[in-house]
Design a protein around this ligand. Structure first.
Ligand SMILES: *Cc1c(COP(=O)(O)O)cnc(C)c1O
Length: 393
């Protein structure tokens, strides 16, 4: 049996972090619904409260179920430290607020998640933080902006919803050349397909709501990586109060046990769907990093071990055609979510970029007639048949 730190990801997904809080020979982690943790011994209480001894004091700060969730993600990402938050956006915004100061400069790309993009364009500038968003596929332009000096380089790959791929090795090197903290949103790829910390990134953030949980029944976020940086994020988050709920942590933990199985099946389905759609005469464009026609396919292949469960495509006829097509799908939720066991579809206007106006979406290069497709774990042939009948209508 390999050392518990060296197990493969499929095993970590099942066993990682599980043993610490098992109670009365239970085989499953308990959901600890307790606001506070009591200490009859004053000295012990004092030591835990002042961080000299391990333990829990108050639920806004830490909780046993939440700690197991953090530990499992830490092991899956090969990180030194992990901390969680109530949602993916809570993880991202707490990380940014904890690490940036008035006068700080962030370089990122135009294609980050809609909510993240709004932090860069509206909320952070209000605190005197300069955010420069560069064309996602122009690696030289990103490098040039980074070289002007920045405190943080914030990356997301593959992107939402157009599945652009950033060259992580090259950009992480550019960020470190100017001593910037390099952060990667790994939500779309998952640690099964991509390990940014192993490529040199300082922090990885996730919306655990998506693939990590995988069952569309719990919101959560997590930040993993460098111990000092994670500690700063934790210290801000415990005061900011965007704490992950223990019940949500439990649902995410249970979902994560099948992460490896799910993500591999989702990638198989996404590849089959992308290949099918690319050959279909009603489809004008398919975005999937696994296709050799994808502009950054080579980069994706060099930094990902699988191409993920997400794709997007444009139907001949624009938004009107999308409106007509979507209701005919029988095996897909039309919803603003992704990464679930059920196939989920939607246009950016109601999903990833619902916060943006049509003009803002156009400025980001997101066509209104695009469909984002999150492949579930259904039978591949059934998914293809469903798409085929809906497109034939
Ligand atoms: C959904 C998502 C987020 C935000 O996560 P929430 O859990 O919805 O707050 C951030 N980044 C990416 C890539 C996402 O898909």
């Amino acid at each position: 049996m390999p050392d518990s730190q060296q197990r493969s990801q499929a095993s970590q997904a099942v066993w990682g972090g599980e043993d610490r809080y098992l109670l009365d020979r239970a085989t499953q982690v308990p959901v600890v619904h307790s606001v506070a943790f009591g200490y009859p011994d004053f000295d012990e209480w004092y030591d835990v409260a002042t961080g000299k001894a391990e333990g829990h004091i108050y639920g806004r700060n830490t909780n046993p179920t939440v700690a197991v969730f953090e530990e499992k993600v830490r092991l899956l990402e090969g990180a030194v430290a992990a901390t969680s938050a109530s949602t993916g956006m809570a993880a991202i915004s707490n990380m940014l607020h904890a690490l940036l100061r008035p006068g700080s400069r962030v370089v990122s790309v135009k294609d980050t998640y809609g909510g993240t993009s709004l932090l860069f364009t509206e909320f952070l500038p209000a605190f005197g933080i300069e955010c420069t968003l560069v064309d996602t596929t122009d690696t030289e332009a990103i490098e040039a902006e980074v070289a002007r000096g920045c405190n943080m380089l914030y990356l997301e790959t593959p992107t939402n919803p157009t599945l652009k791929v950033l060259d992580l090795r090259r950009l992480i090197a550019a960020g470190h050349a100017v001593d910037a903290t390099v952060v990667v949103d790994n939500t779309f790829a998952t640690p099964i397909n991509q390990l940014p910390l192993s490529l040199g990134a300082d922090l990885v953030v996730h919306s655990a709501t998506k693939f990590l949980g995988g069952h569309a029944d719990a919101l959560g976020g997590v930040v993993v990586g460098d111990a000092e940086l994670v500690k700063k994020v934790y210290q801000y988050r415990e005061i900011n109060g965007a704490t992950l709920d223990p019940m949500a942590a439990y649902l995410l933990l249970r979902g994560m046990k099948t992460l490896d199985l799910r993500v591999k099946r989702q990638a198989e389905n996404a590849m089959a769907v992308a290949t099918f759609l690319e050959a279909h005469d009603r489809i004008t464009k398919v975005n999937y990093p696994g296709l050799t026609s994808h502009a950054q396919h080579e980069i994706a292949a060099s930094q990902m071990t699988g191409f993920g469960g997400m794709l997007s495509f444009a139907i001949d006829g624009g938004l009107e055609a999308v409106k007509e097509f979507l209701p005919h799908l029988q095996m897909a939720h039309r919803a603003a979510n992704l990464g679930a066991v059920e196939t989920t579809v939607g246009p950016p206007a109601t999903t990833s970029h619902v916060e943006c106006t049509p003009e803002e979406r156009a400025a980001l290069g997101i066509p209104e007639g695009l469909v984002r497709y999150s492949a579930g774990i259904e039978d591949t042939a059934d998914l293809l048949a469903d798409l085929s009948q809906a497109l034939d209508r």
